[in-house]
Design a protein around this ligand. Structure first.
Ligand SMILES: [Zn+2]
Length: 340
């Protein structure tokens, strides 16, 4: 429970005595005992590559299978091991929060054993996900409040049916948002043929941002919070949808809707997504903005073709006739309950 400051790498503790109107700078910790990042060392000093050996493969983005495969996390290697070569590094909560999901069966997910923490006190209550653990600390259960730097478990190599080899043991760290509370309904509709044992904390319901970009921006004092970082994400595509529905996503993350809700007459939404399909900003629409739309019709109203990545099918179709690609379609299904 107590933070041992010798091991815990607090990046920067907030200067709470800033301008009265300035939001307080959050407290943020590195999730492993490796001091390399805090010392400003290059990524080779903390990133675990895949079998390819290319350090990029352990970063976030279209970094695998010649750019076709997405990796939604940072992979961080251990700095201490036992005689058998198994990691001994503790894995720490990067900020205060509440444990929302603990998956103790290594075979139940390609994440292996994993823990999800929701940072409920933040202006944008993002979740962080810690995967491939060897063990989960006693007392870490769904509903447990954790403090920054609290030990969640021990780094490992659990990864579904087949474990990773010891030399590639690592922590897989995600920072993201949860798309829907109705994940079970979407999962049934998709007919995957396997049981979802992770509830709304299934990885398919989580959309992540680049953790290293977040740490870098925080360290450089360009952002003071998760919300600051989200507000700096660059939109790649903007869609409009004709619906009177207010997605539960917005109830969870109201800070992503800076404009007030109309008192009456909500007729749709305009939503910006980043190049990986992460919702950034939401703007409510009145009927004039979607007057020639069918109910639940989605249109791409802006698209930055240069922002299209090699691993996410965000938008397809020729210029002026763009429609959501399969990955954006999935996120729209989850956000708005669309079933097409
Ligand atoms: Zn990973």
């Amino acid at each position: 429970m107590l933070l041992s400051s010798s091991r815990l790498l607090l990046l920067l503790v907030g200067s709470a005595a800033a301008l009265p109107l300035a939001a307080e700078r959050m407290r943020l910790a590195w999730p492993t005992p490796n001091p390399a990042y805090a010392r400003g060392e290059p990524v080779e000093a903390f990133i675990q590559p895949t079998v390819s050996g290319r350090v990029e493969s352990g970063l976030f983005g279209c970094v695998r299978s010649s750019g076709r495969q997405f990796h939604e996390a940072l992979d961080l290697f251990p700095i201490s091991r036992d005689a058998q070569g198994e990691p001994l590094d503790e894995v720490f909560a990067i900020a205060d929060g509440i444990v929302r999901h603990v998956s103790r069966q290594p075979g139940a997910s390609s994440y292996g054993r994993y823990v999800v923490v929701e940072h409920v006190d933040a202006a944008l209550p993002v979740m962080t996900l810690y995967a491939h653990l060897a063990s989960i600390a006693p007392g870490i259960r769904s509903g447990t409040r954790v403090q920054i730097g609290e030990t969640l478990g021990i780094m490992g190599r659990s990864a579904g049916a087949r474990a990773l080899p010891p030399e590639r043991a690592h922590l897989h760290l995600e920072i993201g948002l949860r798309l829907t509370d109705s994940f079970a309904s979407w999962y049934r509709w998709k007919g995957f043929g396997s049981k979802n044992t992770h509830g709304v904390w299934n990885g398919m319901n989580l959309v992540g941002v680049d953790p290293l970009a977040f740490y870098d921006a925080f360290r450089a004092e360009e952002v003071d919070s998760f919300l600051d970082f989200w507000q700096r994400l660059q939109p790649a595509v903007t869609v409009r949808i004709a619906t009177t529905k207010i997605p539960d996503f917005l109830k969870r993350y109201p800070a992503l809707r800076p404009a007030p809700m109309p008192l009456r007459g909500l007729a749709g939404w305009e939503v910006d997504f980043d190049p990986y399909g992460v919702p950034i900003e939401w703007r409510p629409l009145l009927s004039d903005a979607v007057e020639d739309y069918q109910r639940n019709e989605v249109r791409v109203v802006r698209f930055d073709r240069e922002a299209q990545t090699t691993c996410k099918d965000l938008v397809k179709g020729s210029a002026g006739r763009e429609v959501p690609g399969s990955d954006l379609q999935t996120n729209l299904q989850l956000l708005f309950g669309l079933r097409k």
